[in-house]
Design a protein around this ligand. Structure first.
Ligand code: COA
Ligand code: AMP
Length: 623
C-alpha cells in the first residue's frame, strides 16, 4: 500500500487502522476496545488491553528466536570500552535488576527517577521499571541539582537510580553529590538511592537510603514481567514549557508499544536484525523511543554511544562507530553533523572508514538547515531524511514514510504527515490557512497512539497548554506551513521555548533565574541564532536603581547562576545590561523583535511600542 492510501485510511478509519497495527505486538490481553472518547476529545487507546513493555522489548525477541542476537552494543570512547549484550543477556540483566527494585519495595505505579550517564545500566534500569510496572522518569545528566530537585518534587519517586559519575570530553562529573544536593533541596524524599559505581569515581554512601547497585543485583531473584493496563503510564519525561516549571509528559504502555513499533517500519524502514543507532541521550525523548524501546520492540540491535560527535577523539567518531558495528540506520540531531562539518569540512575523516553498511541518515530535534543537508548528501551519497516530532508525540508527526514509499524530498520540509496525524495550519483565530501560508501547526484530535496521555499531576495544564488554544486540535507550539503538494515546513517555535544543540529549553525558566539576582530589576532571555547549536540564549537585564555592580561581574554571576540552577547545557554565556527593555504600551516585552535584532534580521517597529528609540539602543549594544 502506498503512503496516500495508508494515510487516508488512518484518518478516515482510525480504529480499523490501529486495530491492525495493534495486532502486530505481543499483548498479554489483546484489546477489544481500540479507542475510547474522553470528554476533552483527546481519548485513550486500547483501554481494555494488557501488556508489558519490557516483555515486548526483550522476552518476545527470545521467543521469536533472537535470543543470541545482539540487543544492545555499548560503545564508549570516553572509557575505551565496547560491550555487547544479546537479547538473552539483556533480558537476564533486566529481570535481575527488576528483582532488586522489588526488594527495595518498588511496585507497580511507583515512580523511579533515573539520573544516569549513557551506560547500559541506564537502559537496564528503564526496562526493569517497565518490567514491574513502575513508572520511570529519566532526567538528563546535564541538568543541575535544582532541576533534578524540581522533578523529584513533581514525580515523587520512591527510588532514584544513579551512577557514581558521568564522563564529559574534558572532565569527569561526580553524580552522587549532585543527587544528594537535589534530595536535600526537594521536599519529597525518595526511600532509596541505588548507585552504580564506575571505576572512574567511587561514590560515597552517606545516608541510610543509599544502596549499592551491584550488591542489590547480586541479592536479587529475577522478576517476571507483570501485566499492566495499556493506559497505565510507562514513563514520565519532563520537557520545557513556557513557564519555569517543566511539564511531565506522561506516556502510556499500550499506545506507545503499538505506535513505536509502527514507526520503526514507517519512518526508518527498520527490520529485525538491523543495527540501529540513535546518537542522542536516554535523557531525551529520542533516547526513550529510539535508543531503548523502538529498536528492541523491532528486534534490532541498538547502539548506546557514550561519546560526542567530535573530540572523542575526533570528527571521525560517528563514522568509526558505523564501521565497527555495521550500523544500518543512523539518527541524530543536525547540530551533531554541524559540529562534525566544522571540524572536518572536506569529510577527510569519513574517507578513513567503511560506511557501506549505512542505508539512510535521519535527522530531527531541530530544523535541518540546508548547508548541513547538502554536506551530508554530497559526502555520504545517502538518503538524508528530516522528520519532525516532539517529546509530547513520542514519534514523528511528519516524516518521509520510507517504510511505505520513499517520497521526493524538499529542502526545508519534514515531508508529509505520518499516518494518524491529521496536521493542519491555522491562523491566530483558529481558521485553516490556504496552502503556503504560515500559521500555527496543529493536529486534529484524536491524536494517534503513542502521544502524551496528560501532564503528570496536572491535567488542567495539559488541557490549557495543548487543547484549549484551538478547540478540537492539539497545538504543537510550532509555526509553519503546508505547501500545495501537502509537504509540511516547520519554521520554529511560536512560544518561549528555544532549541540549543537539539536540547529544548525554556527562556522563561532562565528569566526566573536571572530575576532572582538581587541586582536585577527586570530581564528577558531570547534565543539568538548560532552557527553550531542552532540557537543560544542571550539575556538582557535591567539593574535595580541604586545597585552598584560592575556589568562584567554581574554577567559572570548570572552565567554561573544559570549553570548552577539549570545546568551547563543551557549554554547561557551572555547577559547584557540595558537601560530599558522594549515593551508594548501594555507592558509586554517585545521578545521577537529583540531576537530579530540579535540575529541581524530586518524588523518592523511595532506600532504598539512604548518608545521606539530603545530598539536602536539595543541594536548598538548587541551589535
Ligand atoms: N552531563 C553533564 N554535563 C553535560 C552533559 C551531560 N550528559 N552533556 C553536556 N554537558 C555539558 C558539557 O560538558 C558542556 O559543559 P561546558 O560548558 O562546561 O563545556 C555543556 O553541557 C554544553 O554541552 P554541549 O551542548 O554538549 O556542547 P559542546 O560544545 O560540548 O558540544 C555538540 C557541542 C554539538 C557536539 C553537542 O551539543 C552535541 O553532541 N549535540 C548533539 C545533541 C543531541 O544529541 N541532542 C539530542 C536531541 S536528538
Ligand atoms: P523535543 O520535545 O525536545 O523533541 O523538541 C521538540 C521541538 O523541536 C519541536 O517542537 C520543534 O520546535 C523542534 N523540532 C524537532 N524536530 C524538528 C524538525 N525536524 N524540524 C524543525 N524543528 C524540529
Amino acid at each position: 500500500m502506498g503512503y496516500y492510501t495508508e494515510f487516508r485510511r488512518s484518518i478516515d478509519h482510525p480504529e480499523d487502522f490501529w486495530r491492525e497495527q495493534a495486532g502486530k505486538i505481543d499483548w498479554i490481553k489483546p484489546p477489544k476496545t481500540i479507542w475510547q472518547a474522553t470528554s476533552n476529545g483527546h481519548g485513550v487507546w486500547f483501554p481494555d488491553g494488557e501488556l508489558n513493555s519490557s516483555q515486548i522489548a526483550l522476552d518476545a525477541n527470545i521467543n521469536a528466536g533472537r535470543g543470541d542476537q545482539a540487543a544492545l552494543i555499548y560503545d564508549s570512547p570516553v572509557t575505551d570500552t565496547k560491550r555487547s549484550y544479546t537479547y538473552r543477556e539483556l533480558t537476564e540483566a533486566v529481570a535481575l535488576f527488576a528483582g532488586a527494585l522489588k526488594n527495595q519495595g518498588i511496585a507497580k505505579g511507583d515512580r523511579v527517577i533515573i539520573y544516569m550517564p549513557m551506560i547500559p545500566e541506564a537502559v537496564i534500569g528503564m526496562l526493569a521499571c517497565a518490567r514491574i510496572g513502575a513508572v520511570h522518569s529519566v532526567v538528563f545528566g546535564g541538568f543541575a541539582s535544582h532541576e533534578l530537585a524540581v522533578r523529584i518534587d513533581d514525580a515523587k519517586p520512591k527510588a532514584v537510580l544513579t551512577a557514581s559519575c558521568g564522563i564529559e570530553v574534558n572532565r569527569v562529573i561526580a553524580y552522587k553529590p549532585l543527587v544528594d544536593r537535589a534530595i536535600d533541596q526537594s521536599e519529597h524524599k525518595p526511600d532509596c538511592c541505588i548507585v552504580f559505581q564506575r571505576p572512574e569515581v567511587t561514590a560515597e554512601f552517606n545516608s541510610d537510603r543509599d544502596v549499592d547497585w551491584q550488591a542489590a543485583t547480586e541479592a536479587a531473584e529475577p522478576a517476571d514481567p507483570v501485566p499492566v493496563k495499556a493506559t497505565d503510564p510507562l514513563y514520565i519525561l519532563y520537557t520545557s514549557g513556557t513557564t519555569g516549571k517543566p511539564k511531565g509528559v506522561v506516556r502510556d504502555n499500550g499506545g506507545h508499544a503499538v505506535a513505536i513499533t509502527y514507526s520503526m517500519k514507517l519512518v526508518y524502514d527498520a527490520n529485525p536484525g538491523d543495527v540501529y543507532w540513535a546518537a542522542s541521550d536516554v535523557g531525551w525523548v529520542v533516547g526513550h523511543s529510539y535508543i531503548v524501546y523502538g529498536p528492541l520492540f523491532a528486534g534490532c540491535t541498538t547502539i548506546l554511544y557514550e561519546g560526542k560527535p567530535v573530540k572523542t577523539p575526533d570528527a571521525g567518531a560517528f563514522w568509526r562507530v558505523v564501521q565497527d558495528h555495521g550500523v544500518n540506520l543512523l539518527f541524530t540531531a543536525p547540530t551533531a553533523f554541524r559540529a562534525i562539518r566544522k571540524e572536518d569540512p572536506e569529510a577527510d575523516q569519513l574517507a578513513r572508514y567503511n560506511i557501506n553498511s549505512l542505508k539512510r541518515l535521519f535527522l530531527a530535534g531541530e530544523r535541518l538547515d540546508p548547508p548541513t543537508y547538502d554536506w551530508l548528501k554530497e559526502h555520504t551519497n545517502l538518503p538524508v531524511l528530516d522528520h519532525w516530532w516532539q517529546t509530547e508525540t513520542g514519534w514523528a508527526i511528519c516524516c518521509n514514510p520510507v517504510g511505505l514509499e520513499m517520497m521526493k524530498t524538499k529542502a526545508g520540509s519534514a515531508t508529509v504527515p505520518s499516518p494518524g496525524f491529521n496536521v493542519q495550519i491555522v491562523d491566530s483565530r483558529g481558521h485553516q490557512t490556504p496552502a503556503g501560508q504560515q500559521g500555527q501547526v496543529v493536529v486534529k484530535l484524536p491524536l494517534p497512539p503513542g502521544c502524551l496521555l496528560t501532564v503528570w499531576g496536572d491535567d488542567q495544564r495539559f488541557q490549557h497548554s495543548y487543547l484549549d488554544p484551538v478547540p478540537g486540535y492539539y497545538t504543537s507550539g510550532d509555526g509553519g506551513y503546508i505547501d500545495e503538494d501537502g509537504y509540511v515546513f516547520i519554521m520554529g517555535r511560536t512560544d518561549d521555548v528555544i532549541n540549543v544543540a537539539g536540547h529544548r529549553l525554556s527562556t522563561g525558566e532562565m528569566e526566573e533565574v536571572l530575576a532572582s539576582h538581587p541586582a536585577v530589576a527586570e530581564c528577558c532571555v531570547v534565543g539568538a541564532h548560532d552557527e553550531l547549536k542552532g540557537q543560544i540564549p542571550i539575556g538582557l537585564v535591567l539593574i535595580k536603581d541604586g545597585a552598584t555592580i560592575n556589568h562584567d561581574e554581574l554577567e559572570d554571576e548570572l552565567v554561573e547562576m544559570v549553570r548552577e540552577k539549570i545546568g551547563a547545557i543551557a549554554c547561557f554565556r551572555r547577559a547584557l545590561v540595558v537601560e530599558r527593555l522594549p515593551k508594548t504600551r501594555s507592558g509586554k516585552i517585545l521578545r521577537r523583535v529583540i531576537r530579530q535584532i540579535a540575529d541581524g534580521e530586518e524588523y518592523t517597529v511595532p506600532s504598539t511600542i512604548d518608545d521606539p528609540a530603545i530598539l536602536t539602543e539595543i541594536k548598538e549594544q548587541l551589535g
